[in-house]
Design a protein around this ligand. Structure first.
Ligand code: SAM
Length: 252
């Protein structure tokens, strides 16, 4: 499998995790205990943007909460909040989770739906590795690969699903127009897959970013779902153009 470029600093998630741990170790823990802001000193060889990113991570209440609750990702809270407001997950559902690593959303889904190891109800895909989770079938694969949809369908044992989640974001190149096209292409691919695999009344939730093509996608989804809308959970950073497109009531 080819390694994908990462969004921040070029070091990948593991490297970033190590950097955070190292910086966190160096930071004044007494200050954070007292609720004071943790400052990260610039280190030799570390870019200012990376230092600011680390500082934001260390002071982010959702990062701290994820660590405290032993969650796999900060992203877990986005699904928790989306679900609290829009009733997305219900016990007994079958779910596909596109771009699932490291597994925060899978974990939330199994908490709500119950993890059945004999009949796993969640199938997740990511090109990154993911630690196994009871009740989840994980495929390490690029969703852009031609055979990915068929592999997911096979992993589902041919069952249609109640919900397709996509938290995928295409790796950025720095070229705005290219990035936008790649991001939208991925969302469109996910929505086509959802339309192929959902049961009637099923739902599709996908991360999107602001931009022109979104209107076309929205019009397409409106033809297939009874209601479509955008939601930005509090856990989604305010300075990010990210939001979640929610489509409910698949017309079949
Ligand atoms: C924000 S993370 C998902 C976090 C996850 N929802 C959680 O709670 O742990 C986005 C994931 O999408 C994956 N991804 C992006 N493009 C992908 C693709 N084409 N195929 C498979 N996975 C992809 C990335 O590797 C990354 O792990």
């Amino acid at each position: 499998m080819s390694k994908k470029p990462s969004k921040v600093g070029g070091g990948g998630k593991k490297a970033r995790g190590k950097a955070i741990a190292k910086a966190a170790g160096k930071a004044n823990s007494k200050a954070s205990d007292r609720g004071l802001k943790t400052r990260v000193k610039t280190a030799k060889g570390r870019k200012i943007s990376s230092t600011l990113w680390l500082q934001r991570q260390l002071n982010d209440p959702y990062v701290l909460r994820a660590k405290k609750e032993g969650r796999r990702s900060r992203a877990a809270f986005k699904l928790i909040e989306l679900n609290e407001k829009h009733n997305i997950l219900r016990p007994g559902m079958r779910v596909v989770d596109l771009g699932c690593a490291p597994g925060g959303w899978c974990e939330v889904a199994t908490e709500i739906m119950g993890a059945d190891e004999d009949d796993p109800k969640i199938v997740g895909i990511d090109y990154l590795e993911m630690e196994q989770m009871p009740g989840v079938i994980f495929l390490q694969k690029d969703f852009n690969d031609d055979d990915a949809p068929d592999m997911l369908i096979e992993a589902l044992g041919g069952h249609k699903v109640d919900l397709v989640l996509s938290d995928m974001a295409a790796p950025t190149t720095g070229h705005k127009a290219t990035d936008h096209l790649r991001i939208m292409a991925l969302v469109e691919l996910a929505s086509d897959f959802a339309i192929q695999i959902l049961k009637p009344e099923g739902a599709f939730v996908a991360k999107v970013f602001q931009g022109g093509t979104e209107n076309e996608l929205l019009a397409h989804l409106k033809r297939h779902f009874k209601s479509t809308f955008h939601a930005k959970p509090p856990a989604s950073r305010q300075d990010s153009s990210e939001s979640y497109l929610i489509a409910k009531g698949f017309k079949g």
